[in-house]
Design a protein around this ligand. Structure first.
Ligand SMILES: Nc1ncnc2c1ncn2[C@@H]1O[C@H](COP(=O)(O)OP(=O)(O)OP(=O)(O)O)[C@@H](O)[C@H]1O
Ligand SMILES: [Mg+2]
Length: 307
């Protein structure tokens, strides 16, 4: 089984409006809501790819209940640990025109030291049965920046392959514990290292402890610096759609490739195809199968030599 961790799980609410006018009263035409947060998106993609996945993390209150119910309805095993605080919502206001959505992201609850300790106990049990562990997204208030280091260390000790997809202090705090892969996008990589050059920034994270760095470059694809080699991998064409969550889909495909025993170049090609399919689908965590089929055999994996 693959374990995904979402410490700041959310209920993603989408409001469809004809158009959004700020500082006016706006009529909402339809409301959709479903479980979200980056680890939840990864779990959805893994389930869609046919993998056995369990979603853990922290959730609380009535919103936490809705998150759990939606995961179960989606057929995803849910092992979220209950906290006292109310889980957050993210609200996306989407106009008919298809032009940009307006996002309102709640900060989410504060987690107590006792709740973090209880989570650690449950995490250790779940990680012991997992082939791979995915740690995704921001840390909730109340957790120290080394929270991901604690989980990376625990998961590796349990024999799991660990992917960390975080940014800022949460990423920097997790790298020294030696995750098998970190997957920042270019902006996150530059911010975490203070280095603008892609190759030098990847090298810095590897020097800092990451065993492999897969940097995502939006429509340009992926650049990977691993123990087996360095590659750049891109889609044949950029697709139009909703790139939010494309990075989560890339992470899901990398993990799926690892547990299926694929080589790095194969994992990377699959990640580019799956993430293009995710960028084409309107909702984060969903895949557009036609896009996957159209691009899968046309992905170019090229050795990355400069730097
Ligand atoms: N327009 C696009 N066309 C084709 N593929 C895309 C497009 N946008 C993104 N991708 C694919 O998705 C991958 C991840 O995208 P991106 O670099 O935007 O991740 P991200 O910023 O981490 O996203 P998120 O955190 O919202 O999931 C890219 O490496 C690329 O393979
Ligand atoms: Mg991302």
């Amino acid at each position: 089984v693959i374990l995904t961790v979402t410490l700041n799980a959310a209920l993603d609410v989408t409001y469809e409006v004809e158009r959004l006018v700020v500082e006016e009263s706006n009529r909402v035409r339809s409301v959709a809501q479903r479980a979200g947060g980056k680890g939840v998106n990864v779990a959805r993609v893994l389930a869609a790819l046919g993998h056995d996945v369990t979603a853990t993390g922290l959730a609380g209150g009535a919103t936490g209940g809705l998150i759990r119910a939606d995961l179960r309805a989606a057929g995803i095993a849910e092992e979220l640990v209950e906290i006292a605080g109310e889980s957050r919502r993210t609200v996306a206001v989407v106009p008919d025109s298809g032009s940009g959505a307006t996002l309102l992201n709640e900060p989410g609850p504060r987690v107590s030291a006792l709740e973090w300790e209880r989570f650690g106990g449950r995490f250790a049990e779940l990680a012991a049965g997992a082939a791979a562990v995915v740690l995704s997204g921001s840390l909730p208030r109340g957790l120290a920046p080394d929270a991901y280091a604690v989980l990376v260390t625990g998961a590796r000790a349990a024999g799991a392959w660990v992917v960390l997809d975080a940014d800022g202090a949460a990423l920097r705090g997790g790298v020294p514990a030696g995750p098998d892969v970190v997957k920042p996008n270019h902006a996150e990589l530059a911010a975490a290292t203070g280095i603008a050059d892609l190759g030098a920034a990847c090298a810095a994270l590897r020097d800092g402890g990451a065993r492999a760095v897969v940097a995502s470059l939006g429509a340009a694809g992926l650049a990977a610096d691993t123990e087996e080699g360095r590659w750049k991998v891109g889609p044949p064409v950029a697709v139009a759609g909703n790139p939010t969550g494309a990075g989560d889909a890339a992470v899901a495909a990398l993990v799926a490739g690892h547990v299926s025993g694929r080589s790095w170049p194969e994992r990377l090609a699959e990640a580019v195809a799956v993430s293009a399919a995710a960028a084409r689908a309107p909702l984060a965590g969903d895949l557009d199968r036609a896009t996957y089929a159209a691009v899968r055999d046309r992905i170019r994996v090229i050795p990355w030599r400069d730097a």
